[in-house]
Design a protein around this ligand. Structure first.
Ligand code: ADP
Ligand code: MG
Length: 710
């Protein structure tokens, strides 16, 4: 029996043994695997605790002495929870997370066995980094890279089976200090935004001393049966199906969205949520998404660095917990053709240490003006740097969503809602008028009352906007479901920091000239607002990435202290390489499936038909008795010939493209000479065969099975 039928028959068995956790109050387990400040208070001396607090809050360096005290406290806590090993946990540019475990166990010079975790091991490690992508930043003879502790994100314990590992969130840099990960530039962008935003806040409120970027991500994903997934080499290797005919029923009935959650998936959700709560990930929402077998979860928003760590951690937790339920989580942006893909909406805002959400419209004129200032500057930033935002979300898998006819489109635009659009127009008409008491009244825009209207305007039409204002935050919707949010958040923080910086310089100049502060701000706001338009629409990753290397981008990232020219070039190179490899792997899998699965099934079926035809002929029946069989044989044969020759041509095309030296040219060639030229065409004929060939012979699980059997 083929893997496919084995898989199908195993499903009913799996559903019987569904694991389920006893319901526990979330507050009872929340953060129990995290070295929170509360835990720190318990396990650290006064001195160590104070030092930790200042470095968490102010990013101050911890000296080695105190570091050892902190390390001891963390170890004592971890050991009380059964931990034997620790690891520096980081986010290299591969896009996944990395760990290398070391035990606390060590031998003293006299051979005594002890458990130890010293300050040096907490603060810094030197993993052999030669196998991580560096985009040429680190010559292979200099294999060392450093991981360095990020105290602003707390240590946590990962449970894998019976094992417990202490994870220390770290940044990852080369021997010469260049960033080799996603966290280091993110932290720098957080600082740049803090600086610019505080200065602008101080026009309105001198008490603001810190502004943090906040992120609430909405993670979409598919869940399918593990046995079915394992019978699909394309899912196993690429995370998406390269073939598969559309099922009779897809998402057209719209009966999945917000529908009742299937029981087996529900058990899985509760299980991964419990793991997430222990890790301090504040999950709040779960529901079915639009496509069959598609779901979403979202947490309460957090400070952006923590939120990014929590998202990468959750993706890992989900994949691991799914195994316990004999399920597979697909985080790929487009696992199935013909139905919706998955994104990761990044809800972003800025919050002050005085408790104000800078993107929440306030009630008094002054706070309205503060809101408008940050609102308009964000729009202006997106306008000016739309190409860099587009580059930030570019990846081979996301091309299937952004370039295709699926919302949100690749073009970066901003949706602000009718009401705020009108407010901005009002601002325009007031510029140049004298600013007096009466205008103060007009300034009382009373946005508060109008928010429901704005929400109402958030219909499907606006869902197609890749960047939307949704009442009290902006929502970057074009981010891919498998992406590390740090990339888009670093860009957003940086472009807003930069725009606020320039805005402040302009306003200061106007005030210098004698303008009243409010007028100056109004003037600048409109000026910024008026410029938004004319946005890039790039469909493929290799060209979308060009924006990373423009003079504008180099200047932006360097002048704000986020990434140097060489770091930017290295990242560009790495993203191109990732693109090339992903398309290359997909092309290989297509060839493999076509030759080893599809054609043999089709040929077997053809033989059956021929035996039948010959039998009928031998029995002396007229042609009319096997006319249909002949027609099927002919049709199957036509598809076989095309699949075979196209697969062969694709291999030849790859050979040519593989010889190209320059990564950009090579990536573009992979897109145009391999992907665009062959993928859709080969798939078309394979999917036709799926409809023709005897179901018994078809070895790959079909869409209707993967999407609907659970
Ligand atoms: P939806 O966009 O689907 O209507 P919500 O509006 O409830 O859903 O929020 C989606 C996400 O936005 C949640 O993770 C939520 O915590 C987050 N969010 C809400 N306010 C903010 C904010 N000020 N900053 C960042 N994220 C926020
Ligand atoms: Mg949303």
């Amino acid at each position: 029996m083929s893997l496919r039928f084995n898989a199908i028959s195993s499903i009913t068995k799996e559903t019987e043994g569904v694991l389920s956790r006893p319901s526990a109050k979330i507050t009872g387990i929340f953060g129990e695997s995290v070295f929170t400040l509360k835990t720190a208070r318990e396990f650290l001396s006064d001195e160590a605790y104070k030092s930790l607090i200042t470095s968490v809050r102010g990013g101050k360096k911890i000296d080695r002495n105190v570091a050892s005290q902190i390390a001891n406290g963390i170890r004592a806590w971890a050991e009380s929870k059964g931990v034997t090993h620790y690891t520096h946990w980081f986010q290299p540019l591969t896009g996944t997370t990395a760990e290398k475990h070391d035990s606390f166990f060590t031998l003293k010079s006299d051979g005594t066995a002890i458990e130890e975790f010293d300050g040096a091991a907490l603060i810094q490690q030197e993993p052999d980094a030669s196998s991580f992508p560096s985009g040429g930043l680190r010559a292979t003879f200099e294999a060392r890279g450093y991981t360095a502790w990020d105290p602003s994100s707390p240590a946590f314990i990962i449970e894998t089976g019976d094992g417990r590992t202490l994870c220390i969130p770290t940044i990852f840099v080369s021997y010469t200090g260049e960033s080799l990960d996603y966290k280091a530039p993110l932290l720098k962008s957080v600082e740049a935004l803090n600086k610019s935003a505080v200065e602008v806040c101080n026009y309105f409120d001198k008490n603001v001393t810190k502004v943090t970027a906040t992120l609430g991500w909405e993670q979409e994903y598919f869940v399918i049966d593990e046995a079915l997934a394992n019978a699909r080499p394309d899912l196993v290797q690429c995370g998406r199906t390269v073939f598969g005919a559309a099922p009779a029923k897809g998402q057209q009935l719209e009966d999945h969205y917000f529908g009742s959650i299937p029981e087996r998936v529900y058990a899985f959700m509760r299980d991964y949520e419990a793991e997430a709560y222990k890790l301090g990930i504040p999950l709040r929402t779960r529901h079915n998404e639009v496509a069959p077998a598609q779901f979403e979860c979202a947490p309460i928003f957090e400070e952006v660095n923590i939120a990014v760590d929590h998202n990468t951690l959750l993706m890992d937790v989900m994949s691991r917990v799914a195994k316990r339920h004999k399920l597979v989580v697909l985080l790929h942006e487009k696992p199935f053709a013909g139905i919706n893909g998955s994104g990761k909406h990044n809800n972003w805002s800025m919050a002050t240490d005085t408790g104000v959400n800078l993107l929440a419209p306030g009630k008094t004129p002054k706070t309205n003006l503060m809101f408008l200032t940050f609102f308009v500057n964000t729009i202006k930033a997106v306008h000016d740097y739309a190409d860099i935002m587009r580059a930030a979300i570019a990846s081979a898998p996301n091309d299937h969503r952004l370039g295709a006819n699926e919302a949100p489109p690749a073009i970066i635009s901003v949706f602000v809602g009718q009401y705020l659009a009108k407010v901005l127009a009002d601002v325009e008409t007031r510029v140049g008028n004298k600013f007096d008491e009466q205008d103060e009244a007009i300034l009382k825009l009373d946005l508060h009352r109008s928010i429901p209207e704005l929400m109402l305007d958030n219909t499907d039409r606006n869902r197609t906007s890749p960047f939307a204002f949704t009442g009290n935050k902006f929502e970057f919707r074009a981010v891919g479901s498998s992406a590390n949010c740090a990339i888009s958040m670093t860009v957003l923080n940086t472009i807003v920091a930069d725009t606020l910086k320039k805005f402040k310089a302009d306003v200061d100049a106007l005030i210098e000239k004698g303008d009243k502060k409010e007028i100056a701000i109004m003037h600048e706001e409109w000026h910024h607002e008026a410029e938004r338009r004319g946005l890039p629409n790039l469909k493929t990753t290799p060209v979308a990435l060009d924006a990373m290397l423009s003079d504008k981008a180099k200047h932006l990232f360097e002048s704000n202290g986020i990434l140097s020219h060489s770091e930017l070039e290295a990242r560009h190179e790495i993203e191109l390489e990732k693109y090339i490899k992903k398309v290359q792997i997909e092309a290989r899998i297509m060839g493999d499936l076509a030759i080893n699965h599809i054609l043999p099934a089709a040929i077997k079926y053809q033989n059956d038909l021929l035996t039948n035809i010959n039998g009928l002929k031998a029995a002396g029946l007229p042609e009319s008795a096997y006319h249909s069989q002949l027609a099927i044989v002919t049709e199957v044969s036509k598809h076989i010939q095309i699949i075979h020759s196209k697969t062969h041509e694709m291999v030849e095309a790859r050979k040519i493209v593989n010889n190209i030296e320059n990564s950009r040219t090579k990536a573009i060639a992979y897109e145009s000479q391999v992907k665009s030229t062959f993928f859709d065409e080969i798939r078309y004929h394979v999917d036709k065969l799926e409809h023709l060939v005897d179901d018994e012979y078809w070895t790959l699980p079909k869409y209707r099975e993967m999407l609907f059997l659970r």
